[in-house]
Design a binder for this molecule. Sequence first.
Ligand code: NAD
Length: 295
Amino acid sequence: MTNIAFIGLGNMGNPMAANLVKSGLNVTGFDLVAGNLSQAEANGLAIASTAAAAVDGADVIITMLPAGAHVLSVYEEILPYAKPGALLIDSSTIDVESARQAHKMAADRKMLSVDAPVSGGVGGAEAGTLTFMAGGSKEAFALAEPILDPMAGRVVYCGDGGAGQAAKICNNMILGISMIGAGEAFVLAEKLGLSHQALFDVASTSSGQCWSINTYCPVPGPVPTSPANNDYKPGFAAALMLKDLKLAQEAAQSAGAVTPLGASALQLYGLFNAAGEGGTDFSGIINLLRGEEKK
Ligand code: NAD
């Protein structure tokens, strides 16, 4: 049987690991937070006392950590204890440079590795319907795909090492920009006396249609499942959108890409977070555009 080590059992990692257990895999977990470990144990994971102990005998090592620095430091710690030939999968959302560095650390030990960040949030992690965006060699991806499957609705191969992270930040830059665009349009409609429903009925079926309007409409009413109908509870928290927009701008600067709307989106989400709204769903940015904090 395939043995999995799962390091980072937070909001995303715990339900993801639980889905691996449900699919019949042996999963040993480690996290720094005791409460996360007891939840993991209740979900059927074996618990290790250190990250190095968790990878002992593992065929696949999955990490789901906050940022690039955490991934690189955990890799430093665990790689000397990993089984030769173990596959590394990092599903954290991290900067492209750190992702490439993590691949290099694996390659230096002749280990295969995949960067496989996700979209779909905690709901997708619980339901096992995450979209994985994977980067790495084709050989590594072929080994990773069946492991990701119990956690996934979709797994997309994006290219060489770092390509998964690149796809994730490009996608989320589109999302941040389009949500601000949707918010601005609804605020303008309000000022012009146009109802939310009328704008939705036109935009959602015309050239303005996009996920931020059709699926995640930032005003209450037209899409009953959108967080706007639930006092903007996340969903996808504004703090995470800010993180992804920062990663996109860092990548744009180092790659020499011109992304003025991405830069503006970063600034606006920075203001929204600074107003204490980091825990609000990112679609709540419409209230900043209206000049209010919460409606
Ligand atoms: P989280 O903070 O809930 O979980 C991260 C976990 O990593 C924590 O439990 C923390 O204790 C653990 N950790 C940190 N350093 C560690 C170490 N050295 N050893 C072991 N464990 C360590 O964050 P999350 O919401 O689960 O997100 C994880 C990653 O997924 C992030 O990169 C995030 O950007 C990304 N992501 C999150 C969402 C979401 O909706 N929450 C959606 C998509 C992607």
